[in-house]
Design a protein around this ligand. Sequence first.
Ligand code: COA
Length: 387
Amino acid sequence: MTHRAAVVGAGHTRFGVLADGPRALLRTAVDGALASIDRGADRSSLGEAFLATLGFGGWQIGNSSAVLAEEISPAGIPTVRVENACASGGFAVREGVRAVERGEADLVLVAGLEKMTDLLNARRRYWLGVSGDTEWERLAGLTFAGVYGLIASEYVARYPHARDALAEVASKNHENGTRNPNAHFQKRVAREDVLRAPRVADPLGLYDCCPVSDGAAAIVLASAEHARKYTDTPVFVEGLGAASDRLAVQERAELTRFDASRRAGDAAFAMAGIDRSAVDFLEVHDCFTIAELLALEDLGFVPRGGAVDLTLSGATRPTGRLPVNPDGGLKAKGHPIGATGVSQVYEIFLQLRGGAGARQIPDAETALAHNVGGAGATAAVALFARG
Ligand code: COA
């Protein structure tokens, strides 16, 4: 494998309904990422920085990376905002890795941030909707839960026991969230509770949905050759893939697959030169439970419909053969939009260095991060390996 860059530090706020405003959240995540670098590095060592944020609620919707610059850079280094809806974080990580590869900076910061809970429900719905297709979805009244509900209906009609598998995704990820002190939800939810919960967009109920959360995450990237200057245990980026698809789901060939995820996954595996069987655990974009099943299929871990049996067999639990979302996923950890893709890499950084505490996957060496924008219009995939 050719190492492309390495993660040498990572920081994270709690996710949830938080009193802190956006600047304080960003500061906590960035301070945490810099403080976690074993042999130390301060703000003045950073050469470039990227900020993933949707600007939910209209918060600093223009020039938001200047806020990051104020937090990190007395020297005024270049900072860029990356916005690709819920995949903003994954695409910002990709930009950060590419900046390192181009040799533009020795150390690059990638931060993700969203403040979502300070709005009334109607405004939340508006700001969630802006990343869907405007003409055919948002203005027609279709919400994101509605789009994923359509996808889930089709999937449940096609594959026996699919509704139970959706409930298992929710129950597993809530269970995983109880072991993550940063998670929005830290309570167990049984499969029966998921099935009995109030409907949000049939067949999806309350526990099939990710929540609306505040939070931030940050990582520090170094070039592969200089990584050991900062730590003895860097986490190397081995493969990157990114792709897009038609924005409106009605324009796609099929409802129950995301071609952007498939293309991004294939590109990441081709770049890393490894097989699916080498991956020890996955961080996938489970904004709704159906999305976790689609991810397993789109990323090539199982054939179409195969995610039902895999999930019901317990294989995706932390003790199974392919753990998925050990941190609770978007479902239980929360989904502060711009922070999510960066938070997935935070989890991988902890896990591959053996520092994930009660949720540690034993001997994890290789992991995949998968971040989706909207209902599959954009996707970013990255593969990581222990140094
Ligand atoms: N999962 C589990 N519990 C949830 C929850 C979720 N997603 N959302 C809210 N709750 C809980 C709350 O903690 C609260 O519990 P409490 O009564 O014990 O305090 C209760 O349910 C009611 O919370 P409330 O905030 O009033 O819920 P809501 O009805 O306003 O919102 C959803 C629920 C599912 C509509 C909202 O979480 C949502 O829109 N999620 C999807 C976000 C989204 O689309 N993101 C982009 C993805 S592409």
